[in-house]
Design a protein around this ligand. Structure first.
Ligand SMILES: [Zn+2]
Length: 108
C-alpha cells in the first residue's frame, strides 16, 4: 500500500501560464527590446528567448516542451523566495496574510 501511495502522490509544482517576454519594438524609427506580457504557449510559438515573471519580474524556469502530465506550457519561479512573495506564486497563495512584493533580484 505504501508503494502505491508514494507513486500516486503528485509533487505540487508551480504553474503560471502567462509571463513577460523581451520583444523588439520599433519606436520613432528606433528598435528597442522591451518586456511585454504574453501567454507562455504563445511566447514559445513566437520563439521568445527571454522570460520573466509578469508579477514580480523574477527569474523563471520555462516548462514548455516536455510537460509529463500533459498540462499547457508554463513557467515557474526559479527562486523559492520569489514564489513566497509574488502574487502569482504557489507559496504566496499558501500565506493569505502576506503582501506581494517585487523580486529582490528582478530580471532586467
Ligand atoms: Zn513572480
Amino acid at each position: 500500500m505504501a508503494v502505491v501511495e508514494r507513486n500516486t502522490k503528485m509533487k505540487e509544482t508551480e504553474k503560471i501560464y502567462s509571463c513577460e517576454v523581451k520583444k523588439l519594438f520599433l519606436r520613432n524609427g528606433i528598435k528597442r527590446r522591451e518586456w511585454a506580457k504574453a501567454v507562455v504557449a504563445d511566447a514559445i510559438r513566437d520563439e521568445a528567448t527571454e522570460f520573466r515573471c509578469k508579477d514580480c519580474h523574477g527569474a523563471v524556469r520555462l516548462r514548455g516542451k516536455l510537460v509529463k502530465d500533459g498540462s499547457a506550457p508554463h513557467i515557474e519561479h526559479k527562486s523559492r523566495q520569489d514564489s513566497e512573495y509574488c502574487a502569482a506564486g504557489m507559496y504566496f497563495r499558501q500565506h493569505p496574510e502576506r503582501e506581494p512584493r517585487m523580486s529582490e533580484s528582478p530580471v532586467a
